[in-house]
Design a protein around this ligand. Structure first.
Ligand code: EPU
Length: 451
């Protein structure tokens, strides 16, 4: 196979401190929002990951000048010359990310038309975009599907609408927000997703001049405005990355401090982490003073020794247990005594990675039934979306091929926790969402190298 492989010598606890930057699943959308402004925007703490590069490339093609700011991780976006790009140019980014679908509303507002290439992203189920297209049509857009991609136009402009999502989809909620802010009139979105990344996107849009009310019961009301200006924003930290390192600390019986991790956005994870037997301490930020350099806040996670305990958990939309926290934590659950149950209710095919863990000695069975929780959309539909993890199991080294981003990180954790030397193929996929993960591994004392 290729040289895209990491050789991991397992069995050493991860020990040390790393820092997480702006959330991947906010930063990429915040970058799209810059298209809506009529003056420059500034985004801080942007991680160097593949999704950011893809969006930067697409913005550049549409005339947004993107430059590095003075601070490390700061990007400046100048949208004064937004222009059309050719389908050939845009298609260079086909299959590279799911973010291009969010260009629809902003490009329709700025140019009256949009071309969206084939989407990429992780293969964790069919990942349809029907809610997105339905919403865009409600606003008055016409959508033409062609073999090369989607062509959209808005011959009569975009108009506010009342719309209820069949499921609180993160992407479709963002699609509605990015379209409604400059549509004529009022939009009411029911059954909206309310993830912290969405609230942060709302904060950005509000900074730009939008009028958005978040009501109770997943209702968001947006009053369209005629113009928006640029923003300056420091994004919420990446709570998926933070939880991934926390799970790595637990599975390797280590101790990792994650600077930047925020308790409020991780409450559900922290409850499960404690139930499994992991310990954590939240360290509050201390602002710098003349006599004191201050301190960045974060969360320290560690394995206190002794046995871990089995748990039952169900992934869900916010404020539930995130689907992206599931894969790294399952590796730690292989070390817990008893039967743990994981019911995945967000994606229908997000447990395939457990096969690789079984080849390493784990004992995980997957089922079509909705186990241990409320029946979900996938029950009796032939999707193996519940897992029973029997532990503790001694993990041994194996050759692994990374299937997608989060499963990939769980493979990596398993290799770090296992006895012996594993070869993990396809590790470049991890760069899609984890900044500098190899340097971070090294700083935590992991023994991993490129051959
Ligand atoms: N769905 C539809 N139709 C649609 C849109 C969604 O049926 O038009 C379904 C999906 O198939 C899925 C469910 O709704 O079963 C939820 O999907 P959602 O739209 O919420 O996901 P997304 O916006 O595509 C984002 C994150 C994912 C994260 C999910 C859930 C980004 C770029 N991606 O995806 O993150 O798992 O929300 O929180 O923000 C990752 O970071 O590795 C990742 C996959």
């Amino acid at each position: 196979m290729t040289d895209d492989v990491l050789v991991v010598h397992g069995g050493t606890p991860l020990e040390g401190r790393i820092r997480v930057r702006g959330a991947k699943n906010l930063v990429s959308k915040a970058m799209v929002a810059t298209l809506l402004g009529d003056s420059p925007s500034r985004l801080f703490d942007v991680p160097k990951i593949r999704d950011v590069e893809v969006v930067r490339g697409l913005l550049g093609l549409h005339g947004v000048k993107v430059t590095d700011g003075t601070e490390d991780g700061e990007l400046v976006f100048d949208p004064s010359n937004v222009e059309s790009a050719s389908t050939d140019q845009i298609n260079v980014h086909a299959g590279s990310s799911r973010i291009p679908i969010l260009f629809c509303g902003p490009l329709l507002h700025r140019l009256g038309h949009a071309f969206i290439p084939d989407l990429g992203g992780c293969h964790i189920g069919p990942r349809p975009i029907d809610f997105h297209l339905q919403a865009l049509r409600e606003f008055g857009a016409t959508v033409e599907k062609t073999p090369e991609g989607l062509h959209l136009s808005a011959p009569n402009g975009l108009h506010g609408t009342k719309f209820a999502l069949p499921y609180p989809s993160v992407g479709a909620t963002e699609q509605v927000l990015l379209t409604a802010v400059m549509a004529e009139g009022v939009t009411e979105l029911r059954n909206a997703a309310v993830e912290p990344e969405i609230i942060d996107l709302i904060c950005i849009l509000q900074k730009m001049g939008a009028i958005i009310k978040v009501h109770t019961d997943r209702v968001i009301e947006i009053q369209g405005v005629k113009r928006l200006h640029g923003y300056s924003h420091r994004p919420i930290p990446d709570r998926i990355e933070a939880a991934s390192w926390a799970a790595a600390a637990l599975a390797t019986r280590g101790h990792v401090e994650v600077l930047g991790a925020q308790q409020a956005d991780m409450m559900t994870f922290l409850n499960i982490f404690r139930s499994v037997g992991g310990e954590y301490e939240v360290t509050d930020a201390r602002p710098p003073k003349l006599s004191d350099p201050g301190q960045e806040g974060g969360i320290r996670f560690w394995h206190p020794g002794g046995e871990l305990h089995a748990v039952a958990l169900e992934t869900d939309v916010h404020p539930g247990f995130m689907t992206d926290w599931q894969q790294p934590l399952v590796v730690a659950l292989t070390q817990a005594r008893g039967l743990s149950i994981v019911h995945e209710t967000v994606y229908e095919q997000r447990l395939g990675y457990t096969e690789a863990l079984n080849t390493m000695g784990a004992n995980i069975q997957v089922y079509r039934d909705c186990l241990g929780g409320t029946p979900c959309r996938f029950g009796r539909r032939n999707f193996k979306h519940s897992a029973v993890i029997a532990g503790p199991s001694k993990l041994h080294a194996a050759d692994l091929v990374i299937p997608d981003l989060r499963a990939g990180f769980s493979h990596l954790i398993a290799a770090l926790a296992a006895e012996g030397t594993s070869r993990v193929y396809g590790v470049d996929l991890i760069n899609r969402g984890y900044e500098d993960f190899e340097a971070k591994l090294a700083s935590l004392g992991a023994h991993a190298e490129r051959p």
